[in-house]
Design a protein around this ligand. Sequence first.
Ligand SMILES: [Cu+2]
Length: 134
Amino acid sequence: MKKTWGLLISAVAISAMLAGCGADKKETAAGGGEQAPAASGEQAAASADNTINIEASNWKFNQDTFEVKAGEPITINFKSTEGYHGIGIEGLDVDIQNEGSKTITVDKAGEYKIFCNVLCGPDHGKMIATLVVK
Ligand SMILES: [Cu+2]
């Protein structure tokens, strides 16, 4: 009988220890799980931000400045909403007429001049905007 009680007590003690360990692991896993989705969500938002939509009309662009991040792919969507225009960006390989998209990566932060590359009319020279790469 003494041996049986001893085994029972040991079994209960081991069960309690295992249960304790299991509970600790669950808490740790739950804590890590809460942090992971938030971090990946921020990354997805940052990538989406690196797309700019430039629209040209007679004789201006829809924004004076367009801000993007350096070292990541930048998607440029361009569209002429009035008249026939285009864009070029000084120092960068961007050349679109009327409508189109281009993806580039700019490693060097700075300000790049966006200009209309179509001789579109009397105020063609006023069609200037700035690409700000940070
Ligand atoms: Cu023009």
